[in-house]
Design a protein around this ligand. Structure first.
Ligand code: SF4
Ligand code: MSK
Length: 656
């Protein structure tokens, strides 16, 4: 019998169905005309594997791969006898190990750079924020009084190196953890020793035939995630601030309208700030500006993307062109002369799109090469050799542009750069910098609680939609929102990072925002900068009046459009620190299994936080607010809130 030919037809996407970012949608329309494919098209044509999505398969040895059933999870076991709980816990553990490795390796690179700067072997970077250096050093017990900056810096380096290499004991930043939270960790045996040891042990324990008890695996999951949040990520943030400056609020332009047709456009995308800092020097080099002008350009336009961009907008007010799901779309403008990338969240698909438009896609980090991209390694001993060359390549592409250019004329302005130091100062004032006003406003109920809304964008969800809907709902209910990473950019594009957005907040939060002149949504930087949220939470505990551990605070976290393993590690370190953390999109565990119950209920009973899940942002907000209200009740401050609402109602009645 003649076999019927099956002609598979690719599903076409409708841009307005896959993103609420108008600039990205406009570029997806252009992509269709230009015959260019993006991750949005691939997602529409790639059905996610349902067994993989539930983590119900194992390929840890060649007796498998073993596929268990999501519908009947206890119906069978792997060839070795591994149960569904073991298999899911091991898979989840390896996501945490990988995410934690990414952040800690980034942090270690920053620390390597810091050491070489302090030793004088690298001279193109310097200690820009000596106050922060002293503050970080004293926070972990290093004497600073009357000492030379370089001596303090060397001691700080030696101490922070333990974050990675220590085999026994507690990581240095454990000293910053509120006492009661730390006690819980000690009791559970989850205070990290050193990141290398924790990640190594987690990989060992998840090897075939080692740890086959989901509860015991979870102990090491917690320890490894905490080695990220209070270790690698925190070191990355603190050292970057010391070397490049601690952010303070700055007005920034965001969205694709920041590209300029008559300029040489260069985008930096990735995560490590040193590449961006050096390229910033190169674009200001008079000979290179002259070269750009000779090529017919009005100048050189340097803009950021993703988390590199989030760091640079916070430190220097450099315009930001978009988040993770816009990285291909921005190349479709045809206006990008060079996109340079270092590590993390860099889609391989960029190489093909860049080729279509003649854009130079340049990798600069030895850890990340991409087939089809040009590799030009950044050597911190002589960074301009790489970054000048990138600018020269961009100029030559400008001179020989052939691609049709279409730049969406959309720009949004917001205020970003709220480091925890600045929040302290902003609320308390320069003479009494403290978290007291924040705590007071939470206690009196003007601010109901604090939410961290962070994380990626993901083509399985309408881009930016879940972030924006969730945050709008939270601020409407008087919840102050702290943000990092791609989520922050989603809200910036929606106009919610400007002080004027206070009008969208509930009456209590609006009053606080208007008094201080701040937006209801505070952008704190890149995804490693989630450590700033941990420090802010610790400061709230220390300030008093809101319990003695992070788990007692009226706070919650969310990553409504997460996609990376780093996001899972971040979620887990927030949970292990005591925060109720709700994820969207999908959760890589089968419901109604023992492992699920442990993550979603059991950890809270141990004195930690817990996971939550909902793909619906409104439901997510409801869950977070219910948790915040529960914490307020437990703290006995729920009545204060009722009083404030009564005051407000009274005032409105008077006004009427
Ligand atoms: Fe299958 Fe066990 Fe091997 Fe995993 S470790 S692939 S469950 S036999
Ligand atoms: S870049 S990890 S997509 S936030 Fe940090 Fe954005 Fe998520 Fe990457």
């Amino acid at each position: 019998m003649e076999k019927k030919k099956i002609i598979s037809k690719k599903k076409e996407i409708n841009p307005s169905d896959v993103t609420i970012c108008d600039a990205t949608a406009q570029m997806l329309e252009k992509a269709k005309r230009d015959g260019v494919e993006t991750a949005f098209d691939r997602a529409a044509n790639m059905k996610a594997c349902p067994i993989g999505a539930d983590s119900a398969c194992c390929k840890h040895c060649s007796m498998g791969p073993c596929r268990l059933s999501s519908k009947d999870p206890y119906g069978k076991v792997g060839v070795c006898g591994a149960t569904i709980d073991t298999i899911m816990a091991r898979n989840f553990a390896r996501m945490v190990a990988s995410g934690s490795a990414a952040h800690t390796d980034h942090g270690m690179s920053m620390l390597d750079l810091f050491r070489e700067v302090v030793k004088g072997n690298i001279t193109d970077y310097e200690i820009k924020d000596p106050d922060k250096l002293e503050e970080v050093a004293s926070s972990i017990g290093i004497e600073v009084e009357g000492r030379e900056i370089n001596d303090i810096a060397m001691d700080l380096y030696k101490e922070l190196e333990r974050t990675y290499t220590q085999v026994e004991g507690e990581i240095p930043f454990a000293k910053r953890v509120p006492e009661k939270t730390l006690e819980t960790w000690r009791k559970l045996g989850i205070v990290p020793r050193g990141a290398m040891r924790e990640i190594m042990e987690l990989m060992h324990r998840t090897h075939m035939g080692v740890d086959q008890d989901y509860e015991n695996i979870t102990t090491q999951i917690n320890r490894t995630a905490l080695a990220d949040g209070w270790g690698g990520s925190m070191v990355a943030t603190e050292i970057s601030d010391i070397l490049f400056g601690t952010p303070s609020p700055v007005s920034v332009e965001v969205n694709m309208g920041v590209l300029k047709e008559d300029h040489v456009n260069i985008i930096v995308h990735g995560h490590e700030p040193n590449l961006f800092e050096s390229i910033l020097v190169s674009v200001n080099e008079p000979t290179l500006i002259d070269a750009a002008k000779k090529a017919g350009a009005a100048g050189i336009n340097l803009v950021g993307m993703c988390c590199s961009g989030a760091e640079m907008m916070s430190r220097h007010g450099i315009p930001h062109v978009g988040n993770f799901m816009s990285t291909e779309a921005v190349l479709i403008t045809g206006a990008v002369d060079a996109m340079t990338v270092d590590v993390q969240c860099i889609k391989q698909g960029l190489a093909k799109v860049a080729e279509c438009y003649g854009t130079h896609l340049i990798t600069t980090n030895p850890r990340c090469h991409i087939e089809g991209a040009q590799h030009m390694e950044l050597d911190e001993h002589n960074p301009s050799a790489c970054t000048d060359e990138i600018v020269i390549k961009a100029i030559s592409r400008f001179k020989n542009r052939t691609a049709t250019i279409e730049i969406p004329s959309i720009k949004n302005i917001g205020v970003h750069g709220f480091s925890h130091e600045y929040i302290n100062y902003m609320l308390g004032g320069s003479f009494r910098a403290s978290y007291t006003p924040l705590n007071d406003n939470i206690i009196n109920g003007r601010i109901r609680g604090v939410a961290g809304v962070v994380g990626c964008t993901n083509p399985r969800v309408k881009q930016d939609w879940a972030h924006v809907e969730l945050v709008k709902e939270l601020i409407k209910k008087d919840v102050l929102v702290l943000q990092t990473g791609c989520s922050q950019i989603a809200l910036a594009k929606a106009g919610l990072t400007s002080p004027e957005a206070a009008i969208l907040a509930g009456p209590g939060l609006q009053e606080v925002c208007e008094t201080v002149g701040m937006p209801p949504v505070l952008g704190m930087g890149s995804c490693v900068d989630n450590s700033r949220i941990l420090i802010a939470a610790s400061a709230m505990v220390r300030e008093g009046g809101l319990g003695h551990s992070i788990a007692e605070l009226p706070v919650a976290g969310a990553a409504p459009e997460w996609m990376s393993e780093k996001a899972i590690s971040i979620g887990q370190y927030f949970v292990a620190s005591g925060v109720y953390t709700v994820f969207g999109v999908t959760f890589p565990i089968i419901k109604e299994t023992k492992f699920h119950k442990l993550l979603f209920e059991g950890l809270e009973k141990q004195g930690l936080g817990k996971w939550g899940f909902s793909p619906d942002p409104k439901e997510m907000a409801r869950m977070m607010i219910a948790h915040i209200d529960k914490k307020r009740r437990e703290l006995g401050i729920d009545k204060a809130r009722e009083r404030v609402l009564m005051d407000m109602a009274d005032r409105q009645a008077l006004e009427a």
